[in-house]
Design a protein around this ligand. Structure first.
Ligand SMILES: Cc1ncc(COP(=O)(O)O)c(C=O)c1O
Length: 361
């Protein structure tokens, strides 16, 4: 998120949508003096579970903490392997390593940037205990192919709150799912996360591991609790989620129309897509595009900072490598005005023309 460029005509890559609606209940929580985990957190969990069609929801102070707790609650540890995509942020790699398991990387489908079920199948061994399946950029992964592998699935819905796969909410397909409420996400509490699942046993373990106080027997537990202040923001954000998604989809339609005739890969047009990110496949390195758009006051980014195989010094992963180099994520969030959208479109088309003419020199 842009924190240095405060100029009013600068369009940051991400921006949370917050206002008086969030300020009022937060002020109420502060005035009540019950600011840590309490009644509001429990209400947030109940409401979230209902909205996501899950039986249980347990909140945490980040999406990473949520992932860590699920892996622990599933009993995943040192002898085990967990399959994750290479094309994702390091939160997944960290969570797998926190529990001492071995991360095994898989390739993506270049059409939708999500895990390729065929490559996941190739990575399966006797030690595979789970696959973490992100629904990247707001688009559901190919769940049918992944579920057919008969390996426990943890859905990572950090970027996909409200997204659906064949009309069913993401987060309802695996053993458990996690969400993130970081400031750039579809809805935010500043920092925060949630685990959802229909398994009471699993969720009892998640709840137990989340906090350490007032326990009869000792074992290593964590302090991954969120606060009533965050939950108060979360409840309001959750009530606005349909509106947020409608606006994201409307912006995506404007972008689709404007870029249709350009030689670029547009995001897959799936019904359940919520466009957490609007990602263009450029067919060429995105670095110079990012520079040029920044010069016009439009902050764009590579949607994944660096793929995991690069951090781990692994070779191969040609599809991930290409997606990483050639993808451009442009601003898309509910508080973008129509004027902002027009500027992004103009800026992108100008950059496209410049890039084409430079290639032909
Ligand atoms: C796909 C994915 N999973 C997990 C996370 C981790 O969430 P958090 O930043 O709340 O720990 C993120 C956050 O950026 C993410 O994009």
């Amino acid at each position: 998120m842009n924190q240095t460029n405060a100029s009013s005509d600068y369009i940051p890559h991400s921006r949370p949508t917050l206002g008086q609606e969030e300020i009022d209940p937060v002020a109420g929580v502060i005035a009540s003096s019950q600011i840590a985990q309490g009644r509001v957190v429990h209400e947030f969990e109940r409401t979230f579970a209902q909205k996501m069609n899950a039986k249980y929801a347990v909140s945490t102070n980040s999406g990473t903490a949520a992932l860590h707790l699920v892996l622990l609650a599933m009993g995943i540890g040192e002898q085990d392997e967990v399959i994750i995509p290479s094309y994702v942020c390091t939160a997944l790699l960290n969570a797998v390593k926190y529990v001492g398991a071995t991360p095994v990387l898989a390739e993506i489908d270049p059409e939708n940037y999500n895990l390729d079920p065929d490559d996941v199948k190739r990575q399966l061994t006797k030690r595979t205990k789970a696959v973490i399946v992100p629904h990247l950029f707001g688009l559901a992964a190919e769940m049918e192919g992944l579920l057919a592998l008969n390996v426990p699935i943890i859905e990572d819905c950090a970027q996909a709150i409200g997204s659906t796969y064949r009309q069913k909410c993401v987060g309802t397909f695996g053993e458990a799912a996690i969400f993130s409420f970081y400031a750039t996400k579809v809805m935010t509490t500043g920092e925060g996360g949630m685990v959802v699942s229909d398994s009471k046993d699993l969720m009892d373990r998640v709840r137990d591991l989340r906090e350490y106080d007032n326990k009869d027997k000792y074992k290593i537990r964590y302090n991954y609790k969120t606060t009533d202040i965050c939950a108060a923001i979360g409840l309001v954000q959750l009530s606005r989620i349909e509106k947020f998604i409608r606006r994201r989809r409307a912006i995506a339609r404007s972008y689709d129309q404007a870029f249709e005739s350009l030689d670029l890969q547009l995001p897959a047009r799936e019904q359940g897509h919520i466009y957490f990110r609007y990602v263009l496949g450029l067919g060429t390195d995105s670095s110079s595009w990012i520079r040029k758009l920044k010069a016009e006051g439009i902050e764009c980014a590579r949607p994944v900072y660096r793929p995991l195989h690069q951090y781990l010094g692994l070779k191969g992963f040609g599809r991930t490598e290409k997606a990483w180099k050639e993808s451009l994520s442009i601003p898309i969030y509910p508080s973008l005005t129509e004027e902002n959208v027009e500027r992004v479109i103009k800026g992108l088309i100008n950059t496209y023309k410049e890039e084409i003419s430079e290639r032909h020199i």
